[in-house]
Design a protein around this ligand. Structure first.
Ligand SMILES: Nc1ncnc2c1ncn2[C@@H]1O[C@H](COP(=O)(O)OP(=O)(O)OP(=O)(O)O)[C@@H](O)[C@H]1O
Length: 628
């Protein structure tokens, strides 16, 4: 199967809007409120500037019917000077409006972006499992730019142009009621057309934004996975997928353009027809002497001054619709529920009745250490009929003990370790740390007690020291040195250009897999955690380095309670006891030698033979040492 050519996962909620654009946009009010004074002032300034353009025809009427009819050049010069003043005032006020909105709107955009980022940091891992990263990136970039543009332009100009049209219509009706009515005739059909357009355009706008998110995902994956793309010669299939997504986006953008062209066509055509009809009727009335030439000039100038406010409504509505869709997408992230038990209140299974260890799930007792009692876990996005990933896990790791977790691939080892730092919460049973229910601890308390290193080491764009010491604000240089020594990373770190103050680059790309893994291990042990969770932490190391790291790690493990996912006998031998996880259940617990002797599945896993066919217990590789 062409794995790299499948379409990226869509956000879970990319559905057509179910409420009006206005309701969506109103949700931005809390962000806009702090700058409302400036925005309202800017809108008022723009309304005044726009209405000045409506005064110009009245001055023209005065010039034509007054000084021009009377042949008085002085009056013409006076009128001309006044027109010039009005023009300059209009331009100056529009400039002032721009100055008033620029700075506050940049602040609104920054506040929206900060809020989104803070939310993304707090949302549970299960949320990030479901959402493609490109969809989140596009919300933080493209969508927020759309919102700033909306606040800067369409929001003000829908108001300004609306006010200008109202004042203009009032002037037209007062000057000549019958001609004014003729110009207003297209209003009703235009309103109906605009509401139909709005519904169709909203769908296309939403689709386009989601497609931009898909494209962002593909670009991000191609850049991050460039080694795989090149190594497996996938650049053509990646390019094909990119082309397909670009084509889909182009099709959607063309649909948007077609819809906009149609509505713009009607918005331009109908008023033009009305102006044409009014011009003919007005000219006839001037010829009949029923209307002065100046009034006709003023009437038509006013009608022409209203052309831009009317014409612009099409694309202002389009931009507002896009902003409404961007707002919906933005709030899909902000509305996503945080982890169910982010507060230090007891979780559903940690009731007063069972915190003493006498509840139905507490068979193992809650004295000290790390205790799993009847733990069940099902991934939120797992199919409803799929069995839980973990089922009835009972395991007690005594205080100060090191337990190795062994199991076939996919048996649930990583999932079990992810429950301890509360990356996920169990869907059944409970976990206690030194007798305290995990769900009763605040997340900060959990972070203070538990430290983790995953199989896939993640390093941030920061220095080695910042990466290693990120677990605690009070960690010192001495902690850094000790942690690097435990992870046998001090040698290569001191050889870096600026030692521990060298930037390791995006995802630590400039380091080898083993070096990154050692830095991740150093990060885990730097804060001398009470509980240490290591997911196959030495898998990328050569035999010699692994032996050195293990020797140093033994000293750390002597002072902590640890759970270590292990695939190799050498890692297992770091542990006091071993738990065998099979099909999401703890199948056996014992020392390495006991399990080798008594458990065929374990012996098979350790020897690398198929556990089912491993009738006799084979001699494991590298098991010369004893358990501690
Ligand atoms: N985010 C997820 N959503 C749904 N299912 C998942 C998710 N992560 C893992 N799984 C499934 O849970 C099961 C256990 O996965 P887990 O990573 O815990 O296994 P493991 O024992 O650590 O495997 P390995 O030794 O290969 O690392 C697998 O069937 C896997 O497909």
């Amino acid at each position: 199967m062409d794995a790299t050519a499948s379409t990226p996962a869509r956000p879970p909620s990319s559905e057509p809007p179910r409420h009006s654009a206005v309701r969506s946009l109103l949700r931005l009010w809390p962000f806009v409120r702090p700058v409302r004074a400036r925005l309202f002032t800017a809108a008022a300034v723009a309304v005044i500037a726009s209405c000045i353009s409506l005064v110009i025809p009245l001055v023209l009427k005065w010039i034509v019917d007054g000084p021009v009819a009377a042949g008085a050049p002085g009056g013409v010069w006076l009128g001309g000077g006044f027109l010039l003043f009005l023009g300059v005032a209009e331009a100056g006020l529009f400039g002032l409006r721009r100055w008033l909105v620029a700075r506050p709107l940049a602040g609104v955009e920054a506040a929206l972006r900060e809020r989104l980022y803070a939310r993304l940091q707090r949302l549970p891992v299960s949320f990030h499992d479901r959402w493609a990263s490109g969809q989140l990136l596009s919300r933080a970039t493209t969508d927020l730019q759309l919102l700033r543009m909306f606040l800067a332009f369409p929001l003000t100009f829908l108001l300004v142009n609306g006010a200008t049209i109202l004042v203009g219509c009032a002037i037209l009706l007062t000057q000549r009621f019958s001609l004014g009515l003729m110009l207003l005739a297209p209003v009703v059909p235009l309103m109906i057309l605009c509401s139909v357009f709005e519904a169709k355009y909203a769908l296309a706008a939403r689709r386009a934004l989601d497609q931009v998110g898909d494209l962002t995902t593909v670009i991000e994956e191609s850049v991050l996975g460039i080694r795989i793309v090149k190594g497996f010669g996938r650049h053509r299939s990646q390019a094909r997928m990119f082309r397909r997504l670009t084509h889909e986006l182009r099709t959607t953008e063309l649909r948007k353009a077609r819809l906009l062209a149609v509505i713009w066509g009607f918005i331009t055509l109908l008023p033009e027809l009305a102006i044409g009809a009014a011009l003919v009727l007005g000219t006839v009335q001037v010829a009949d002497g029923a209307l002065s030439a100046g009034t006709l000039v003023a009437f038509l100038s006013t009608a022409l001054a209203l052309r831009w406010p009317v014409d612009s409504i099409g694309f202002l509505l389009a931009m507002s619709n896009e902003a409404a869709m961007a707002t919906d997408r933005y709030f899909e992230v902000l509305d996503a529920p945080l982890a169910e038990a982010s507060d230090p209140s007891p979780g559903p299974r940690a009731t007063a009745d069972d915190t003493d260890g006498s509840g139905p799930c507490s068979g193992s007792g809650d004295s000290g250490g790390l205790v799993f009692s009847g733990v069940e876990f099902r991934y939120p996005d797992a199919p409803g009929d799929a069995p839980p990933t973990l089922c009835g896990v009972d395991l007690r790791i005594a205080s100060g003990e090191t337990m190795a977790l062994v199991g076939a691939t996919g048996s649930g080892k990583t999932t079990l370790t992810a429950l301890v730092p509360r990356l996920y919460d169990p869907t059944g049973g409970r976990i206690t740390l030194d007798g305290r229910d995990l769900t009763a601890l605040s997340r900060d308390e959990v972070r203070g007690l538990v430290s983790v290193a995953f199989e896939e080491p993640t390093l941030f764009s920061a220095t080695v020291a910042e990466n290693v010491l990120m677990g605690g604000a009070d960690l010192q240089e001495a902690d850094l040195r000790r942690a690097l020594a435990v992870a046998q990373a001090d040698g290569f770190v001191s050889a870096l250009p600026q030692g521990p103050h060298t930037q390791v680059g995006e995802q630590g790309m400039s380091l080898s897999g083993g070096q990154r893994q050692r830095l991740a291990l150093a990060r885990a042990v730097a804060g001398r955690p009470r509980f240490l969770i290591l997911d196959d932490p030495l898998s990328a190391l050569d035999v010699h380095t692994e032996a050195l790291v293990e020797a140093a790690l033994r000293q750390v493990l002597a002072t902590t309670t640890a759970l270590i996912v292990a695939h190799r006998p050498s890692t297992v031998l770091l542990a006091d006891r071993v738990a065998l996880l099979s099909g999401g259940r703890i199948a056996a617990v014992g020392t390495h030698h006991q399990l080798l002797r008594d458990n065929a599945e374990y012996a098979g896993l350790m020897s690398g033979t198929d556990p089912v066919t491993a009738g006799s217990v084979p001699r494991p590789r590298g098991t010369s040492g004893g358990t501690r």
